[in-house]
Structures are given as C-alpha cells and as structure tokens.
Write a protein that binds this ligand. Sequence first.
Ligand code: ZN
Length: 447
Amino acid sequence: MDSLEKIVSLCKRRGFIFPGSDVYGGFAGTWDFGPLGTTLKKNLMDAWWKFFVDDRDNIYGIDAAILMNPKTWEASGHTSTFADPLVECKECKSRFRADKIANNITESVTTEEFLDTHTKCPVCGKESWGPIRKFNMMFTTHVGAVLPDDNDELSQKSIAYLRPETAQGIFTNYKNVVDTIYPNLPFGLAQQGKAFRNEISPRDFILRDRECSQMEIEYFVAPDTWEDNFEIMRKAQHEFLEKIAGLNPSSIHEYEVPPEDRAHYSKRTIDFMFDYPNGEEELMGLAYRTDFDLSNIQKASGKSMEYRDKITKEAFIPHVIEPSIGVERLFLAVLSTAYHEDEVNGEKRIVLKLPEHLAPYKYCVSPLLKNKPELVEKAKTVYNLLRKKYGNITWDDSGNIGKRYRKQDEIGTPKCVVIDFETLENNTVTIRDRDTTEQIRKDIANL
Ligand SMILES: [Zn+2]
C-alpha cells in the first residue's frame, strides 16, 4: 500500500471520511465526513476563521447563498471560460481531460497541439482522437416550477448554476457591505462554504472532488498598493499553514504561475504547492484579481462599484488580492503531515500526530477495568470534569489498555487518562502521551 492508500484506509476505518453514498456503491467525486472527520474539519475551519477574521480588525465575514442570479456567472466569465479541454477516444468512447493525459500541455491546448503529443488512450491504448471540446464545469439546475427541456424557452430561462467558487458571493455583496459598515481600505471579506465543479475525472481521494468546501478572502485595496498587500497576504498564508495548521514549511513550495496558465481574471498568481503522499499538488492559491470582478459587476449591473476615499474624496474601483484554499486539500495536507508509523515495544503502531487544537478529541478517559464499579464510577467523575473543562473528549472502556492506546493513537488523541486502583487511594491518574508514549502520574486537580 502506498501512503495515500494508507491514509484513505485509516480515514474509513476510523470514521474520518467515507466514500459518498457508500451504501449505494458510491457516487463519483463525492466524499462524506464521518464523526471524527467532521470534528477535525470544523476545527480547521474555525482555526482559519479565528486567524483571518476574528483576530483582525479589517476582515469581516459573509455567508452568501449558493444559488445566485445567473448574471453573476456571465459577468465573472465563468459561463464562457470556466471549461476544461475534453477529448474523446473514437475507439472506446472514453472521455478525458486532455491536459491530464498528455505531458507538457496546458488547459488551453488546441486539437492540433494535442494530436502532436501522440498520446495513447489510457483505457484501450489506441491513438484515435476526436477534436478537443470545451467542457463547462459548472453544474446546472432549474429554478422554479419548470422541467429541464432544451427546446423550451421558459426552461432555458430558468437555468441556474451551483456556484463554482465562493468568491462571487463576496464580490456581489461588496457594495452592500461598503454601504452598511463603511470600512476603510484595505479591508477583506471572508467566506467559507461549498463550491461545485463537474470534474471530468475526479481522482486522488478528496483532492479533486466534485463538491468541496472553500475558504476565501477578497482583500480590497487601493490600486497602487496591491504589491505591498499581496506580500502581507502571502506572509499571512504561510503563518496560517505552518503555525496554525501545523504543516512543515519544507513541504510547502511557492509556484509563480506564468501568464499563459493564469486564470482569466488574474495579473499575478502564486500557487502554494504541497508535498502530498502521491506527489506535489496545489494546496491553495493567492491571486491578484485586479478590479476585474468589480468592474464587470459594475458593467453588468449598472451600479457603481466605486469606493470613495474618506479623506481625499477620490473615487475608484478597489483592486483585489484573493487567498483561496480548499478545506479538503488542507484536511489531507494536515492528515498526511500527522500520519506516522513507528514501533512501540516491538509492535508496529500508526499514530496521527495532530496539533492538539485540531485533534478531534483532546483526552480519552478510561477505567483500567470495566468490570470494577468503583473504577468506572471514579472514571465517570473524571470524564465529566474534563468534558466541562475541554469540551471534546472521549470515553473508552473497550478491550485492554494497550488496544485502547492503539485506537486513540490512530485518531490522534493527544492524551489518555486511566483511572486505576491507586486513583481510589490518592486521587492521581495515569496520563499517557500520544507522541512519546510516556506515562506519568498526575493529581486529578491538575489535569
Ligand atoms: Zn480508448
């Protein structure tokens, strides 16, 4: 098993992540978070929110609807350009993203360029290709009491999209926010929420799925200050990834995206790449989107997106720096950083060395023996005490102590507390450390 497979297997075995709709044989490109995964994911999202919103004076939160007026996606360019190069094998009819099966070509590859690569079909091995077609990745749906019908005008007019990014929900609310809370530039609007992309071939576990959670900030700045603010945001991303999410700085690589590969709206983009178990992959992006979005909204809506400087009275459309991170990508980066295998007393052990503030459970409490009522009762008292103090703790009285430790190591619980006969005499308990496996005795009052 390679290390990504090991993590996928741990995720399923311990209830972090299950294949979506597993009971019906799954549903491609979707994943469901189980009890432990939900807690870890929430801890990550809350830590991001605290770091970028609560702990700053000039970044505010919003929470926009997933369904938006379709004009949004025309103005943003998604209707026309949010597309992947789709190619079909004429022999076996399999469909692929051209830039994913051939080397050294980009998303803007032409049919001729693709044919020149002499790529063979990954399924049947033949080299017999149809033309490259642009495949729009937005999911469509119909809003209101109409049935989907390509030939019916009412039906066509009712088409709406599941948002492919959370960013537009921020841009479309920019004016409302400026008019209600009068923030000074620079200021940011942050949002966490679901985004949907109809990936041609979802793969690599939760790295390329069809439904994901994004955490995005649009940081509005005066046009001539974009470079300084880009640097400020860039440093803040490193601080978050390394100090809060606990990733190794040596596993994060900045990639300056060349102009021809940048998204249609960006004048500068840095991709933060991460060394995942199956190779280097994008973890997050930092993009300078200029005034592209607000200008387009101004044109499409007829409403002014100008910001009036409170002192100089000068009016202009702010420019935007956008850090954008996928929660699932961050989740997998955190898990693969935490995943370790070592040996304890000659026995192989799997341990998740998660940062304490992210771990699903802070403590596990157990009675040494579950058939001794006096131990169980005392353990319940300690459990209730710690739960009041720390919130997310767990109880385990299954199997023997060694087995319980193995299980807690695998889910990343930093400390296990065991109540034994000595506890009944002097009110001390054994605390066992996940990373060092060292055990010490401590008075209950000092936990
Ligand atoms: Zn084929």
